[in-house]
Ligand binder design. Structure first.
Ligand code: NAD
Length: 449
């Protein structure tokens, strides 16, 4: 009898997913949640976005997107068609069939996983849980989060996973600023707590994206996400280390990488930079490090990569001090520096964990006068780690502005920046991205960072 009820419920949901009759709720309308909500609406689902941030709800209500990869036109279109709406009223979770959680998973000040957002959200979902719900976690976390943390919290409602509701995990794979890949054409890893959950999670994401990749457990899917980000963190650390070593030997790391990348197998180019940024790569590896301790294991590779990457902004400051001394006999403390690019990666306005913020703090601390230019950022938003920088405004990139500074420090190589103007008017350029040479510009006043 119970088996019969179970399969009726899951068959019914699968049917409604296939026919786009299910209602989708997305909790957390940030960089991950808003594109997902729009993708669900585009796929034909009635979609409700939930967030505790009143500004986001208000913006969406007015048809305004605040995420680069989502156009306001599309948001307005879905709202007008009554396919999408945003709310802070979590009672409406009851009317959803699918609930996807996309809330932040940062680190605490002691660099340990901060799952407070996930826990608070799961408790809210538990209050509104009903038979037939499919609940999916998209937030990045350590293996075991879905089944060991989420499931017991949800089951406190008296309903059981696999019996009354279904539980899954599907990690997000965003590449902000990459115009070739977006939610729909990035293969999506999916996993369920049991076969029925996997079938439903697959039916849901199969309606949204071109390709799904099923794993055997939610633990595996959680590990996939961490592996992808650790792979990047470790490889970036490796080239950052090689940059310092080769530089001491008079060898140019950029030339080395370009030549090595001609090898048609067994090599993949990663590029050095001023340090890691973004919500994922500087943070996610430490979720594994923390969890590994529970098993008496150390993740030495991961920690070493973290150490090397974290040291990069200080390395850049030392390079800048040397370059100023050599080129103009000036000390850092008496210099004026223009930072170009505050965002953590090119062509986006996201400053989360950006090494540019750390660099600005370090330079100010050394007594420099520092300003910045970023075509994607009018002013520095509030951040937890650098509250003192909030509200500093981008200066326009004009000949007179550029020539006023002792040095220009290129931190992020946005495409819109006029590098030729920089080359003509800057007294000294410390280029941490090799963008001047890549653009074929003269390099007499350029030092690689
Ligand atoms: N940004 C990326 O490129 C990216 C890529 C892959 C994975 N992720 C992961 O996805 C998750 C979300 O990241 P993001 O970049 O979208 O974060 P974000 O900060 O842009 O968005 C999170 C949203 O959740 C909201 N929120 C917080 N607590 C809430 C609650 N209790 N109820 C409802 N809403 C709440 C916030 O107001 C915010 O709007 C994280 O685990 C992150 O590691 C992010």
């Amino acid at each position: 009898m119970l088996e019969h009820v179970k399969s009726d419920l899951s068959d019914d949901l699968e049917h409604r997913l296939t026919n786009r009759k299910a209602t989708v709720g997305i909790i957390g309308l940030g960089y991950v949640g808003l594109p997902l909500a729009v993708a669900a609406a585009r796929a034909g689902f009635d979609t409700i976005g939930f967030d505790i941030d009143a500004c986001k709800i208000e913006a969406l209500g007015l048809g305004r997107s605040y995420i680069d990869s989502v156009s306001s036109d599309e948001v307005r279109g879905h709202i007008a068609a009554a396919r999408l709406r945003a709310t802070s009223t979590f009672d409406e979770l009851k009317s959803c069939d699918v609930i996807v959680i996309c809330v932040p998973t940062p680190l605490t000040p002691h660099r340990e996983p901060d799952l407070s957002y996930v826990e608070a959200t799961v408790r809210t979902v538990a209050q509104h849980l009903r038979p037939g719900h499919l609940v999916v976690l998209e937030s990045t976390s350590y293996p075991g989060t879905t089944e060991d943390l989420m499931k017991p919290l949800l089951e406190r409602s008296g309903l059981n996973s696999g019996e009354h509701f279904w539980l899954g995990f599907s990690p997000e794979r965003e590449d902000p600023g990459n115009k070739a890949f977006h939610t729909t054409n990035i293969p999506k890893v999916v996993a369920g707590d049991g076969p029925a959950a996997l079938r439903l999670v697959s039916a849901f994401y199969g309606a949204l994206v071109d390709k799904i990749v099923a794993t055997s457990s939610t633990r595996t899917a959680e590990a996939v996400k961490l592996t992808e980000n650790i792979f990047r963190a470790v490889n970036i650390a490796l080239v950052n280390e090689l940059k310092v070593v080769f530089d001491a030997m008079g060898v140019d790391i950029w030339e080395v990488i370009d030549a090595a990348a001609t090898k048609p197998f067994g090599y993949m180019p990663f590029y050095p930079g001023p340090g890691l940024g973004g919500h994922c790569i500087p943070i996610d590896p430490f979720y594994l490090t923390w969890k590994a301790r529970e098993y008496g294991l150390a993740t030495r590779f991961v920690e070493l990569a973290g150490e090397i990457n974290v040291a990069m902004p200080r390395h850049v400051v030392v390079r800048l001090a040397e370059a100023l001394d050599r080129s103009a006999g000036k000390s850092l403390s008496k210099s004026t520096v223009l930072l170009v690019g505050m965002a953590y990666k090119k062509n986006v306005g996201d400053t989360r964990e950006s090494p540019a913020l750390e660099l600005m703090e370090l330079l100010l601390d050394r007594g420099c006068t520092v300003e910045f230019h970023d075509p994607h950022l009018g002013e520095i938003p509030p951040t937890r780690s650098h509250p003192g920088l909030t509200g500093r405004r981008s200066v326009p990139l004009e000949a007179a502005t550029v020539s006023r500074f002792d040095a220009v420090l290129i931190v992020t190589d946005h495409d819109e920046v006029d590098y030729s103007l920089l080359g003509q008017h800057a007294r000294l350029i410390l280029d941490t991205r090799n963008v001047m040479r890549r653009n074929g510009l003269p390099t007499e006043n350029v030092v690689l960072g």
